[in-house]
Design a binder for this molecule. Sequence first.
Ligand SMILES: [Zn+2]
Length: 119
Amino acid sequence: MKCDRCGEQIPAGDEMDYYGEILCDECYMRALSPARACDPWAVRSAQALSQLDDAYSALSETQTKILRILAETGGATEEVLAQKLEMNLPELMREFTTLRHMEKVRAQMRDGQKIICLW
Ligand SMILES: [Zn+2]
């Protein structure tokens, strides 16, 4: 018996019936599980992943530094951050706004002080 799809010789007893086709083991498995590219969920999650990559690769050196300092300190005031980064406050706030939009950092009130910390 030969496989209807690939023409391989099928060992006796191993032939599979697939909607009237006689298939070998391999072609039968392939027929049962269509190509991954056809799976809309797989495509969607791949897109989500690449969007995540984009979000990270979009970070500037300064933004990466801000996140690192916040991770090390557990949060800092704008003034302390500006000092550590040797930036002025308006520059820092511009970066902060960008990071805030990416949901990477947020502001929090601690003991009446505005602290910037990781999201
Ligand atoms: Zn086959």
